[in-house]
Design a protein around this ligand. Sequence first.
Ligand SMILES: [Zn+2]
Length: 212
Amino acid sequence: MHINIHTHHINHECELELLQVFKPEKHPLHASFSFGMLPEHLPLQENWIAWERIIASSSCLAVGECGLDKRIQINMLKQIDFFSKWVDLAIAYHKPLIIHCVKAFNDVINVLEDKHCRVPVIFHGFNNGLNTAELLLQKGYYLSFGKALLGFDSNASKCIRQTPKSQLLLETDDTDLSIKFIYNKAARLLGINEQALMDQIQKNIKSIFKSL
Ligand SMILES: [Zn+2]
């Protein structure tokens, strides 16, 4: 069974795909989705009452993607304030967090730790150095890998080998790639067969949702 933990398109090509929703009014709310907003969506008309209602719904399986991005021009304090509210909702409704993080890992960790966040945390689209991977893994967070695995000698392809299999997830994000292609590449990088990888990720998903 293929599980795609983060996709912006419904592909109907696997048993569980977590559709990323930013604009609920534009999406028929898919059976399982994650809902959140990126710092680049700021400034925007905030509507926390409606957003909280969406997060409380049973089809919303995760909060995010949300996070911090040092590449964009938006003030970091504003970003932290916005991100913190999503973390609060994840904690309040016992839903895992899908994190978007660009060059702000320490700031993200500080927010999570200040709030004593105990829900599962997934850093999606991971393609950073081994030191960052180690820091996140040590804290028990999950790393989700996607298209960067296809790049020759990418950080992602080095880090996936060092990631305990129990903290590993796979995704297609906003690409048109097939999740099966990502599984195939990941299995080859890990030197295991695809069925073993599918079984492991299924186990990881179970423990993410069971712990809530
Ligand atoms: Zn995404």
